[in-house]
Design a protein around this ligand. Structure first.
Ligand code: SF4
Length: 387
């Protein structure tokens, strides 16, 4: 049976507050029965508070409405994010005074408060789930949707997968992309050829190891899989391979599985705000121009259905190519616009394939618009001749 995803369109027919996204958030929270579900619960509102001078994260106006709903339902809310992002978050409007609840670093101020969970995957053995995440009894996962250089896009999955793990696990999750070998030095013994390979990449994604120049490293985040380097590399010496890129997405699915396993069934809701979607993650510390038109607000109990519905809604939108930073390049126009931006092997749907196989939810969904846009009907005007 398809999962329900509640949707608030960014469009409005009339210039009235009730047709805007914060008001539609209230309707979505009602449809999710949030107030009825949080009595006596310690409610963690997990969001990305951004970094430095970011201004495109979930605006405090939205967060405050969630806080209010939780309080009205008899829950005890607090906002949490990584220490790296909560330190100084008041400069971006995320303070107790504005939000109406405290803002905490999820794994403590030194990233030393966590619970370990064993799940061998490539280079990862024990995963460190942030202490405050596991200590809370109810989760509101409130994500800002944007592009992401490791996996194409960031939304509900990414907000939990990286945002609920302590620093060493986050780092190891990125390292999972390097677990399967992609550089075979014995096939390229010539230093001049190695240099030519490095120089063939316009994005400086390939670098020589400082201590062992025979070894090349691929910075996956900078690589859009254009294939130029493969033309410079001797046969068999370099792979630009799906297994490396998809490892990160599989690691994200595992991390979300572990995070959600710390909550009892029915004790988590997920929200995606798809406005001012930037090319890269909010952790970069700045806000770039939006690269897609606003797509709206989404809410569901099913995290897989939520990200699927969000991606599907964005898919037909126009990638605003004039807003893409000059250091990036669109070399494919197949599939999802986030794939155009970050390359064919960073397919944003991949994490959902892994997650559905793990039983985290369904990619089939029913999209329910909480306030359909109805064009105002007007009496036809009589003919008015031009002057
Ligand atoms: S595939 Fe393109 S972006 Fe990636 S390392 Fe090679 S040249 Fe650079």
């Amino acid at each position: 049976m398809p999962s329900q995803v509640f949707f608030g369109s960014p469009r409005q027919a009339r210039l009235e507050a009730k047709e805007t996204l914060p008001a539609k958030l209230d309707l979505i929270l009602e449809r999710l029965h949030l107030r009825d579900r949080v009595k006596g619960e310690t409610v963690m509102i997990k969001m990305h508070t951004g970094n430095n001078i970011v201004y495109s994260t979930v605006h405090p106006v939205f967060v405050r409405r969630v806080v209010q709903a939780v309080r009205e339902g008899g829950g005890q809310p607090y906002v949490a994010d990584l220490h790296w992002d909560t330190a100084g978050s008041e400069q971006r409007g995320y303070s107790a005074e504005v939000l109406g609840c405290p803002v905490y670093p999820a794994s403590g101020p030194n990233e030393k408060y966590f619970y370990e969970h064993r799940r061998p995957f490539k280079n990862l053995q024990d995963w460190k789930v942030a202490g405050l995440i596991q200590d809370s009894s109810f989760l509101v996962n409130f994500a800002h949707v944007k592009g992401h250089p490791s996996c194409g896009f960031g939304a509900a999955f990414k907000n939990l997968a990286l945002g609920c793990m302590a620093a060493t696990t986050r780092s190891a999750m990125h390292d999972a992309m390097h677990f399967d070998p992609y550089w075979f030095p014995e096939k390229c013994p010539d230093a001049a050829v190695r240099r030519a390979i490095v120089e063939s990449c316009p994005f400086e994604a390939l670098v020589e190891d400082k201590e062992n120049p025979e070894q090349l490293h691929l910075h996956m985040e900078q690589c859009n899989q254009c294939g130029r380097c493969l033309r410079a590399a001797p046969e068999g010496s370099l792979k630009i391979d799906a297994v490396n890129f998809h490892s990160f997405q599989e690691a994200c699915a595992i991390a979300v599985d572990l995070v959600l396993s710390t909550f009892a069934p029915g004790k988590a809701v997920h929200l995606n705000l798809a406005t001012h979607m930037t090319p890269v993650c909010d952790c970069f510390g700045f806000t770039s121009m939006p690269i897609l038109p606003d797509a709206g607000l989404f809410g569901s109990d099913d995290i897989v259905a939520l990200d699927q519905a969000t991606l599907d809604t964005i898919r037909p939108l126009r990638l605003i190519e004039e807003n893409i930073p000059a250091c990036m390049e669109v070399h494919t126009r197949e599939g999802h616009p986030f794939r155009w931006l970050h390359g064919p092997l960073k397919d944003p749907y991949k994490v959902l394939e892994f997650a559905e196989k793990m039983g985290l939810g369904s990619r089939e969904y029913e999209l329910l618009d909480v306030f359909p846009v109805v064009k105002p009907e007007r009496a036809s005007l009589p003919y008015i001749p031009a002057k």
